[in-house]
Unconditional design. Structure first.
Length: 219
């Protein structure tokens, strides 16, 4: 028999974690074998700077939005400040009366590639296209996030920072829209998702709704 345990409800939050839908950069790269020269070249193409969703990605959003219409509960939407996550969030979660917040902490783990798709337009441009989103925590000026090779230790600090932000939010139900590299690390290393990194990896437009217990998260 399994061992059950209880956690005070006040120490828990329901979080809907969502990877962005297919972007044009994904569609271009996935025509080739992962790790091949053609695959890497597709992601390195400057045409995919701050990549937008592909037609397939937009259809994925519409399907998920229809599936969630009668069941999803969220009182705030938190997302990476890149266009493909902002587009995904806007098309899947349509309640603009709740707080929307863009966070650098939720950006992709680029592993030192500095790919154009993992860089973003200026904050002013993103704000103009996504007026429902609060960009106050996104730096002004030219984006330099992916120009520095991020270590796994730095990535783990971002994961911990995001969890701390979720805990400190007043809402009990939240939606988080991010990227597969970041979410895979978050789930495999910080949320003890069973099966290791392979099982923790997110597909495009994959949603995982989980209850997180935050009793031991430091201030």
């Amino acid at each position: 028999m399994s061992v059950a345990f209880c956690v005070p409800l006040g120490e828990c939050k329901v979080v809907h974690f969502l990877r962005h839908a297919e972007a044009e950069s994904n569609a271009a790269a996935h025509r080739f074998s992962r790790g091949s020269a053609e695959y890497d070249a597709a992601y390195a193409d400057v045409i995919h700077f701050d990549s937008v969703l592909s037609a397939t990605g937009q259809a994925q959003c519409e399907r998920l939005r229809s599936q969630l219409a009668a069941s999803a509960r969220y009182k705030a939407v938190i997302c990476s400040p890149l266009r493909r996550t902002l587009q995904t969030a806007s098309q899947v979660f349509d309640d603009h009366s709740v707080p929307w917040l863009a966070l650098e902490e939720a950006r992709e783990y680029s592993q030192g590639h500095n790919r154009p798709c993992d860089c973003r337009r200026s904050k002013a441009q993103q704000q103009a296209d996504f007026p429902q989103v609060d960009f106050s925590r996104v730096p002004d000026g030219e984006d330099a996030f992916a120009q520095t090779v991020e270590t796994e230790e730095a990535l783990d600090l971002r994961c911990s920072a995001l969890l701390r932000i979720l805990w400190q939010r007043p809402e009990s139900h939240l939606a988080v829209v991010s990227h597969t590299g970041f979410l895979t690390r978050l789930f495999s290393k910080h949320l003890s998702w069973s099966g290791g990194p392979e099982k923790a990896a997110f597909s495009n437009c994959e949603l995982r709704s989980v209850m997180l217990a935050f009793g031991d998260v430091p201030d």
